[in-house]
Design a protein around this ligand. Structure first.
Ligand SMILES: CC(=O)[C@@H](O)[C@H](O)COP(=O)(O)O
Ligand SMILES: NCC(=O)COP(=O)(O)O
Length: 246
């Protein structure tokens, strides 16, 4: 009899609703309305990345999400004093620390906690003292997981970008990295999430990894929403995730 896998949560990242809004500098489409639709479609949480350059999600979006949305808010941010102050003022369910480079189009890799641990330690302590869950967005490497544990993180989110960007044998190799990292995370007592670049055609092998308990998916869902609507896109992703878990 196959083991029953733990439930797999879906965090919907609404960054790129704000990208479309900012294209014209107005108020529409409203990312908070997208969060409400995501909740109605069965999302288990909302993820929003407040970048230092505010290219999409704004400070006001975060304030409104924190006030108006009942789902757990996963605030993605760089490990800066500015972002720490914002996180402590809103006290989201979780903060996911991600690397940021101004010139990047999107997140290019995991946060190198093995190199940056000295600066990260007090930062993580401040978040934990405020009872905010701490997630570290990392590449699927044992050293990153070990340091994440030593830093007192609650969660690691495995970067699935490399897995999504390749095909064939290379993708199978990246999937094996993700599986091994998820096993290591479980052994260390770290809650294991995954995300970046996931789509309908890539989600199921990651959703089937037993120790992964949450997927954060955004860009693909917002793009798909242009054609089928956000609720339908989310419901389809949910079906694929549940099928993979059986
Ligand atoms: C960390 C990650 O992979 C995403 O959650 C992040 O938000 C990507 O950045 P953009 O949303 O700006 O593409
Ligand atoms: N942390 C990953 C995330 O929130 C969504 O990434 P993407 O699906 O927008 O690439």
């Amino acid at each position: 009899m196959s083991a029953v896998l733990p439930p797999l949560r879906l965090g919907v990242n609404i960054d790129h609703v704000a990208t479309i809004r900012n294209a014209r500098g107005g108020r529409l489409p409203d990312p908070v309305r997208a969060a409400r639709l995501a909740a109605a479609a069965g999302a288990d949480g909302i993820t929003a990345h407040l970048r230092e350059d505010r290219r999409h999600i704004s400070d006001d979006d975060i304030s409104r999400l924190a006030r108006e949305i009942d789902l757990p808010l996963n605030l993605e941010m760089a490990a800066t004093e500015e972002m720490l102050a914002i996180a402590l003022s809103h006290k989201p369910h979780a903060c996911c620390l991600v690397p940021e480079k101004r010139e990047e189009k999107t997140t290019e890799g995991g946060l190198d906690v093995a190199v940056g641990h000295r600066a990260l330690a007090p930062f993580i302590r401040s978040l934990r003292d405020a009872e905010i869950r701490v997630s570290l967005f990392v590449d699927p490497e044992d050293v990153q997981l070990a340091v994440a544990k030593a830093l007192g993180a609650d969660i690691v989110e495995l970067h699935t970008g490399a897995y999504c960007e390749v095909e064939g044998d290379a993708r199978q190799a990246e999937l094996a990295r993700l599986r091994r990292a998820a096993e290591t995370a479980a052994r260390l007592g770290l809650e294991c999430h995954a995300g970046h670049g996931l789509a309908f055609d890539t989600v199921q092998p990651v959703a089937a990894i037993p120790n992964v308990v949450e997927l954060n998916i955004g860009h693909f869902l917002v793009g798909e929403a242009i054609f089928v609507g956000l609720e339908a896109a989310i419901r389809r992703m949910r079906v694929l995730m549940d099928e993979a878990r059986r």
